[in-house]
Write a protein that binds this ligand. Structure first.
Ligand code: IMP
Length: 421
């Protein structure tokens, strides 16, 4: 019986999961998404082209790999149809290599309206949601009145849709519907037609049968550990479990079926939307990181907040996920940046601490150490990496007690260095 490897983000999302999954994919028979939805934006670059996937697993460009959208995911049919169409020019026939869980939740056009209304009502305290309907859809799931993908092939789907839409509209009654709502609804139903052409099944059985027959599976996380609904900086989080535990519930696999956990982090930190960010830079250094790292949201285009690498946060994420290997992304962005800093602990009114705080407020401040910077010029062999970059790598490994086995030095598949642990 094979096991499942999990790959997930250890910061606030946007760590580079798309590239890492695409790079690892050839080793696997199946790539499966287990949570999140169109709020994600996984970027892949190869053959001089950039692709951004929101809901479709990042194994889709490999025709021999089966891709699964698991039960823990929330799916917007309109975004789904757009993504499928965008793949066609690249010769990807997703109807053959993509399977949908009948238990994944459906995002309705009214979920997106609710998302906007809820966010607006929060005023200054807004989460900075991507407004893709994620929160309200998960709310309906937990409230036990959501619609699932399996429902779209049932005879009474229209009835169920109208019932839920009516509930949503009564919640939204204070608001006027946006002018394009009818158009949105038309697109929604049109997109469902495309969705019905896919295999909509109990993917948990498919996963178990595949494991029994020795197939290798990679579970692809979305967002990041610090956006987890339980352990993230609540309430400034997403609405799903972004941790390894989420892979179990989001695909229907048992904890003892997990093998490797690949944790991805950037050599610095970024965050989109509101919420605490201990190492955030409000000065020229932050601006420089944003520019060098092209730190603008792949889904919303919003500028990302930038800061230095936060070791207490990374340690916390490794602990929650049982990370067995670390992948360090965007080490090239720090090339030539001087000085480079790492936050090793925080000062607080109770003294120095390495614990990630329940609430990060003004009583905390990060304690930084400066490390010498490095210059890179097209090196793609671990042994040839600059000494200072290797020291940076060792210093992180010593702090979190997990080996870094992959170092990404650019967006292209080829710009990847492997280090034997
Ligand atoms: P929501 O999940 O769209 O409601 O957004 C909740 C918070 O998570 C906001 O701060 C978003 O900016 C953030 N977020 C959601 N998805 C992603 C992602 O894929 N990358 C980075 N941040 C995300």
């Amino acid at each position: 019986m094979s096991k499942v490897d999990v790959l997930l983000g250890l910061q606030w999302g946007d760590e580079g999961k798309g590239k890492a999954v695409d790079f690892l994919a050839p080793k696997y028979d199946i790539v499966a998404r287990f949570q999140g939805g169109p709020n994600a934006g996984h970027t892949l670059e190869f053959d001089g082209k950039k692709h951004v996937l929101h809901q479709i697993p990042s194994g889709i460009f490999h025709p021999e790999i089966l891709n699964i959208i698991g039960n823990g995911v929330v799916i917007d049919p309109i975004v789904f149809a757009r993504e499928i169409r965008d793949l066609e020019p690249f010769g990807v026939d997703a109807t053959k290599t993509l399977v949908l869980s009948n238990k994944a939740q459906l995002i309705l056009p009214t979920h997106k309206l609710l998302d906007k209304a809820l966010e607006l009502s929060k005023g200054e305290e807004k989460i900075g949601s991507t407004l893709r309907g994620i929160g309200p859809t998960y709310q309906d799931k937990i409230g036990r009145h959501g619609l699932r993908i399996g429902d779209i092939i049932e005879k009474d789907f229209d009835e169920k849709y109208q019932k839920l839409k009516k509930q949503h509209l009564s919640l939204l009654s204070a608001l006027e519907l946006e002018d394009d709502f009818i158009e949105q609804e038309n697109q929604f139903f049109h997109s469902l037609e495309l969705m019905r052409q896919f295999r909509i099944i109990s993917t948990e059985y498919l996963i178990h049968e595949s494991l029994k027959s020795g197939k290798d599976i990679l579970a692809e996380g979305a967002q990041g550990t610090l956006l987890d609904i339980d352990f993230g900086s609540y309430p400034f989080v997403t609405s799903s479990n972004t941790t390894t535990a989420g892979a179990c519930t989001g695909l229907g696999i048992a904890p003892n079926q997990i093998n490797e956990v690949f944790g991805i982090f950037k050599a610095y930190c970024t965050r989109v939307g509101s919420g605490p960010f201990p190492t955030e830079l409000f000065n020229q250094e932050g601006e420089q990181l944003r520019k060098l790292g092209n730190e603008f949201g792949a889904t919303t285009g919003r500028p990302r907040r930038c800061g230095w690498l936060d070791i207490p946060a990374l340690n916390y994420s490794c602990m929650l996920n049982g990370v067995t290997q670390l992948f360090m992304m965007k080490a090239d962005v720090l090339s030539g940046v001087s000085p480079v800093k790492i936050c090793e602990s925080y000062n607080s009114d109770r003294g120095e601490t390495s614990e990630f705080p329940y609430v990060y407020n003004d009583s905390y401040s990060p304690i930084f150490k400066e490390v010498p910077s490095w210059e890179l010029d097209g090196i793609l062999e671990y042994n040839n990496l600059p000494h200072n970059l290797k020291s940076f790598i060792s210093s992180v490994e010593e702090s979190v007690h997990v080996p870094i086995t992959l170092i990404s030095l650019g967006p292209d598949r080829k710009e990847t260095v492997l280090k034997k642990s």
